[in-house]
Design a protein around this ligand. Structure first.
Ligand SMILES: Nc1ncnc2c1ncn2[C@@H]1O[C@H](COP(=O)(O)OP(=O)(O)O)[C@@H](O)[C@H]1O
Ligand SMILES: [Mg+2]
Length: 273
């Protein structure tokens, strides 16, 4: 059996011989993982001259495919800006953002909209549900817009996981903040996008629902090869990720593979100190 996986250095071909022995060969020179999404020298400036704010100040980062990456950092450090620019919801001032091999600056508005629709899922900090549509209609909206039929079993699995099965016909105004958040999570996951971008997806949830959703997201990465990029300020939420990136003042200052909540908390304390 031959498996392939990407390491930060390149492609690792992992061959298991008939005698059960495994041999890994790192092919660093031939293939380099460019990530499911990435940013190169990304700068995002608001305002100009003396009042210019650099929300992103030269960020280069790759989000590996089939991995769960968390982004952490103090408020105002550029987390949401980084995610929105890589996800094609906002444009960089300079530098480049890529989804797969597609450079986003080269796309016009229509192509960008189609790329987002076909390949990306978003969980927004502010939910962004359509107030006149039921929870179910909101969840199915990305597929409806794309003219696609939902996979019934997958839809049911997700609605069960986010715990919204008995509220599915309610309007957003009839749901609590936490319930609206669950609808937003389901809406992002149901179309099985290549990459899910999530901005504080568990911010409005009680810890039990939050844990269920994080476990589900991690399982989607491990089992279904989903790629997830998540902004969070919660060390426990970050511990579900494969890797944590730490942002400060618009720059990536550190990362932590295989995080635990305790180690993330320690690292965050050093930010503040
Ligand atoms: N539309 C905007 N206009 C002006 N400044 C902005 C705008 N959006 C974000 N900023 C500024 O950019 C910086 C980074 O913001 P943001 O990415 O939202 O940070 P985070 O998500 O880490 O809290 C902050 O200083 C913020 O005030
Ligand atoms: Mg933010």
């Amino acid at each position: 059996m031959v498996r392939r996986r990407f390491s930060s250095a390149g492609l690792v071909v992992c061959a298991t011989a008939k005698n059960g022995l495994t041999r890994e060969t790192e092919m660093t020179e031939t293939i380099v993982d460019t990530g499911a999404a990435r940013a190169v020298d990304a700068v995002k400036a608001y305002g100009s001259g003396e009042t210019e704010v650099r929300a992103l100040d030269g960020v280069s980062v790759s989000f590996p495919a089939q991995q769960f990456t968390a982004i952490m950092g103090p408020s105002g450090s550029g987390k949401s800006t980084l995610m929105q620019c890589v996800a094609g919801l906002d444009r960089l001032t300079s530098g480049e953002a890529y989804i797969g091999e597609t450079a986003l600056s080269g796309l016009n508005k229509t192509d960008l909209t189609l790329l987002r629709r076909d390949r990306l899922g978003f969980i927004f900090q502010q939910y962004n549900l359509i107030p006149t549509l039921s929870a179910k209609e909101n969840i199915l909206l990305p597929l409806t817009l794309a003219g696609e039929k939902p996979d019934r079993a997958w839809f049911d699995t997700i609605v069960q996981t986010v715990g919204m099965a008995n509220r599915i016909d309610n309007l957003p105004s009839q749901l609590s903040g936490g319930q609206q958040q669950r609808v937003a999570v389901a809406r992002a996951l149901v179309p099985r996008p290549d990459i899910v971008f999530a901005d504080e997806p568990t911010g409005a949830l009680d810890s039990r629902t939050g844990m269920e959703i994080l476990s589900f997201m991690r399982q989607a990465v491990a089992d279904a090869g989903q790629t997830i990029v998540m902004v969070t300020h919660d060390p426990h939420a970050a511990s579900y990720a494969n890797n944590v990136l730490f942002l400060a003042d618009g720059q990536i200052i550190d990362e932590m593979p295989n995080p635990t909540a305790d180690r993330v908390l320690d690292r965050m304390k050093r930010f503040e100190g």
